[in-house]
Design a protein. Structure first.
Length: 153
């Protein structure tokens, strides 16, 4: 598989984005106060690492087979740790971490969206689309946590 210069540059950008995601999720997992949030960030960090590995494989000339069928992750439910009136330092810190990662997911998903249109190979396009959907699911999980804990208005 021969990549164009533009495709190579897009993959380098996606690789940087995924490296940043892995680092952020791992750091924020240790910084979070709520154990549910620590677990969520840790789980997403593992998925972001899989995305990074996939991008590296594509850059190396191999397009990995993605799972077919329904890519929807099981819906996570969160118990309320913070209520709307809670203005504690822990809630403020956890809210900041969530807001920052939600913004990161929006950016990364957008970067995948643009990249998908620039690749000639259908298998690569499908792989990038699969990853983009998972990024959107990460955003949804963060949103659900925030909504359950009075952080999203």
């Amino acid at each position: 598989m021969q990549l164009t210069q533009k495709e190579t540059l897009l993959l380098k950008d996606l690789k940087e984005q995924e490296q940043t995601c892995v680092e952020k999720y791992n750091k924020y997992s240790s910084d979070a106060s709520d154990q549910q949030l620590k677990n969520l960030f840790s789980q997403i960090a593992q998925m972001e690492n899989q995305h990074l590995n996939t991008i590296n494989q594509i850059m190396g000339g191999t397009v990995p087979a993605m799972q077919s069928g329904n890519q929807q992750q099981p819906q996570q439910t969160f118990t309320e740790n913070y209520n709307m009136a809670d203005n504690s330092q822990e809630k403020q810190q956890d809210s900041y971490l969530c807001t920052d990662l939600l913004s990161t997911e929006k950016h990364v998903s957008s970067t995948y969206n643009t990249s998908i249109f620039e690749f000639k190979d259908t298998n690569i396009r499908n792989t990038l689309n699969h990853i983009q959907k998972e990024e959107q699911q990460h955003g949804e999980q963060i949103y659900n946590y925030m909504a359950q804990n009075g952080m999203y208005q």
